[in-house]
Every structure is written in structure tokens, then in C-alpha cells.
Design a protein around this ligand. Structure first.
Ligand code: AMP
Length: 250
């Protein structure tokens, strides 16, 4: 069984990203970049399936600038077998990413595509679903448990009302939620071994994908600063402030 895992290069989750002074987008100059945390969970799940003898090959794919090779290399150090880098200097919309992934699926014929449930930069939560639509394959989003049985998979999904268990036919798209697993750290020997693994490079044009944007970013600005709170003397003062200042009760 072949697993394709999509990993995105994003600003490290510890970094407080600021908007550029001209409000044209986030300022990523000199910012530490990393694999999107949900993609790391997807890689870990693929590696566990290989360790269980269910998966035979893990191919990791990233679409982004040449520097996204670092994140592909990290995924290789975590246990993926080979990488594909689709290079572009344009910040792609989800549909363009999904179309590139569809083209990679056509070339690779994976049994499962694992993605993160969302990328923490745009918080879109689009790509897995769009890839499901483009491929026509079954999809299970927000997975917190995944088990494979022959040509089907059972997935426990985190939904608003609790947990939903579904069975899907392979090939399928599965997006990883936070509780699916706890990713391992790459060991030094595995980091060294990963340097020898293959990363094939291609471009959206080579894949025959039109990545022309359909939306225009008009403005990126930080959220309004929260005002400092105050301590009230007693309940009467609290009620007075809620009524006359915040005007949330009458
Ligand atoms: P999003 O729909 O942008 O929130 O992203 C959901 C998931 O789609 C991510 O966790 C990745 O697995 C995948 N994805 C999104 N953008 C990319 C990209 N540029 N390269 C590879 N995978 C991506």
C-alpha cells in the first residue's frame, strides 16, 4: 500500500507572526519555518502504518518555494521514503494546491492520501476536501483514529457532537486532527539517512496545473489589541458596568 502525505511549509507555531508595515501580507522575513503541525501528525500516521507492515511506501509532497525542500527533508527524516517538491514562488490558493495534488495522485496512484486538517498559516481547512472532490475518492476529515482493513479504512472523526466512526473505501483522502497521534522527533541517524533519500522536483506547469489566483488579498492587518481589564469592587459595580458601559444587559 502506498501512502502520499502532503506537507506544507509554514511559520513555526511558536512564532508570533506580524503583518508587513504596508499591510500587504504577513511579514515572514527571517521567521523560523517548519512543517505545519497537522501535516507532521499525518506523516507520523503514515510511518506508523509502515511500521505495522500495512504501508509499503510513503511519498511526501510539498508545494511551495524551493526552501520547502527543508520540510520535505524533515518528513524524510521522520520516516517517509521519498519526496516530491512542486516548486512555485506564488502563494497558491487551496484549489491550485488541490489541483497539483490531484496531478501527483494521477502519477503516483496512492491508496491513501494523508493531509493535515488545516494549515496554521491560512487556517483554510480546504485542501483535503477539494482533493476529495477532484479525485472523486472517499474522504474522511478530522481523523482522530485510522485503521486499515483490506481495501477499506475505518476512521474515527472529531465532529461537533463528539466522535463519528465511518468506514470508507480506498483509495481515500484522510485529514489528520490533533489527537490522531503524537509525532516523534527525528533522530540524528535518521536525519543523516534522509539526506540520501530522493526528492524529485517539478512545477505546477509541468503538472499541467493552472495556478492563476481567483482572489486578491486586499489587506492584512493584526487583530485589534485587547484593552486591559479592570477589577470591580463588588457585584453592584459589575452590574452597573455591564449595563451602562458594556451595554450587554438591560
Ligand atoms: P489548508 O486547506 O490550507 O488548511 O491545508 C490543509 C492541508 O492541506 C495541510 O495540512 C496540508 O496537508 C495540505 N496542504 C495545503 N497547502 C499545501 C502545500 N502548499 N503543500 C503541500 N500540502 C499542502
Amino acid at each position: 500500500m502506498k501512502i502520499l502525505v502532503a506537507v506544507k511549509r509554514v511559520a513555526d507555531y511558536n512564532v508570533k507572526v506580524r503583518a508587513k508595515s504596508d499591510n500587504t501580507g504577513p511579514d515572514l522575513a527571517n521567521v523560523k519555518m517548519a512543517i505545519n503541525p497537522f501535516c507532521e501528525i499525518a506523516v507520523e500516521e503514515a510511518v506508523r502504518l509502515k511500521e505495522k507492515g500495512i504501508a509499503t511506501e510513503i511519498v511526501v509532497v510539498s508545494i511551495g518555494p524551493q526552501t520547502a525542500q527543508e520540510q520535505v527533508r524533515t518528513a524524510l527524516a521522520l520516516g517517509a521514503d521519498r519526496g516530491i517538491l512542486v516548486t512555485t514562488d506564488t502563494d497558491l490558493e487551496s484549489l491550485a494546491v488541490a489541483k497539483c495534488l490531484k496531478a501527483v495522485c494521477d502519477n503516483e496512484n496512492p491508496d491513501i492520501v494523508l493531509l493535515g486538517k488545516q494549515a496554521i498559516d491560512g487556517d483554510n481547512n480546504h485542501t483535503g476536501q477539494m482533493l476529495g472532490a477532484l479525485t472523486g475518492w472517499a474522504q474522511a476529515t478530522f481523523a482522530s483514529e485510522l485503521s486499515i482493513d483490506g481495501d477499506s479504512a475505518t476512521v474515527v472523526r472529531e465532529v461537533d457532537a463528539g466522535l463519528q466512526t465511518i468506514q470508507i473505501k480506498l483509495p481515500a483522502i484522510v485529514t489528520a486532527d490533533l489527537r490522531l497521534n503524537e509525532p516523534r522527533y527525528a533522530s540524528l541517524p535518521n536525519i543523516m539517512k534522509a539526506k540520501k533519500k530522493t526528492i524529485d522536483s517539478t512545477t505546477p506547469a509541468d503538472l499541467g496545473v493552472d495556478v492563476a489566483p481567483r482572489t486578491t488579498l486586499l489587506k492584512a492587518e493584526p487583530p485589534a489589541e485587547r484593552q486591559a481589564g479592570i477589577k470591580v469592587e463588588d457585584v453592584a459595580q459589575l452590574v452597573d458596568k455591564l449595563k451602562n458601559e458594556a451595554k450587554v444587559i438591560s
